[in-house]
Design a protein around this ligand. Structure first.
Ligand SMILES: [Fe+2]
Length: 281
């Protein structure tokens, strides 16, 4: 196994000295302090957040209790176009000033959600966007009403997962592609093909791009070869050395790059939780 790279501790970004970036693990993820998302959207600050997201892949902003939905969508828009198409089960945010189609309201009761999870196998590591032709999605999630404990979100860093494979395995995987599909969530949607190893456009870092929920087959291999290889690679998301667990508090905003990480929803207690989600590409 390759040695894990030491994550540099940064007190400031090159683009904005005001950001206080505190790594959450030795491999990925950081809390970002010294920024109010509601109104601190200067070009330097946005550039620094973008740079931090490239480097850490999961960012956590605490205490953003004054971030209203319009400020939230404004901040998100600096990082890509928020997805506005209607979601089959998540309503768009709406108030007296009108609807914001880019914000989807996740209003979930744990017991109902657990039933869904068992029915559709949603309770597993996955990458949002994998069954879509465009896999370059970043997500924002804002805690609106969350329990004092429980219902965390876990993340796995697929850059470190790839870097810790043997050079021979890395070279083998780089020539392969996988088919991904929604499965029972959207049985009629066609499968899409993505490379098994993806490369970050700015950092040049490579990541393993397979996940339990959506990856179906390695296209270039026989079915039995594919099944054996995918079982091994999908398990890489379960390695604690490249995981982090995000505990939500009122005012917490999480931001992550879907292409280079996976996440897992921990359905461990019943709570009528409300989150606001934005996906940008
Ligand atoms: Fe997800």
């Amino acid at each position: 196994m390759a040695e894990l790279a030491e994550m540099p501790v940064k007190s400031a970004s090159t683009a904005a000295a005001a950001l206080d970036i505190r790594p959450l693990t030795g491999t990925f993820g950081a809390e970002v302090h010294g920024i109010r998302l509601a109104d601190d959207n200067s070009p330097d600050t946005i550039a620094a957040v973008r740079e931090a997201l490239d480097e850490y892949r999961v960012l956590v902003f605490r205490g953003q209790t004054d971030l209203d939905p319009r400020g939230y969508i404004r901040f998100a828009s600096h990082f890509g176009a928020p997805e506005e198409v209607p979601h089959p089960s998540l309503p768009a945010y709406s108030d007296t000033q009108g609807e914001i189609p880019g914000i989807k309201v996740l209003h979930s009761n744990a017991d109902e959600y657990r039933e869904d999870a068992m029915e559709w196998n949603l309770d597993s590591w996955h990458t949002d966007g994998a069954p879509r032709a465009n896999r370059h999605w970043r997500s924002l999630l804002q805690a609106i009403d969350v329990p004092e404990y429980g219902r965390d979100t876990m993340f796995a860093d697929m850059v470190t997962a790839f870097e810790c494979l043997s050079p021979a395995m890395q070279a083998f995987l780089e020539g392969l592609t996988c088919s991904h599909s929604w499965g029972p969530q959207k049985p009629d949607a066609p499968a899409v093909t993505h490379p098994m190893v993806v490369t970050h456009p700015r950092t040049g870092k490579k990541a393993l791009y397979v996940n339990k929920l959506y990856t179906r087959k390695v296209n270039e291999l026989r079915y039995d070869e594919s099944a054996a290889l995918l079982a091994f690679l999908i398990d890489q998301a379960k390695v604690p050395q490249w995981q982090l667990r995000l505990r939500w508090e009122p005012g917490t905003v999480g931001m992550w790059d879907n292409e280079f990480t996976q996440h897992y929803l921990v359905f461990d207690r019943s709570y009528d939780r409300v989150m606001h989600r934005i996906m940008m590409t």
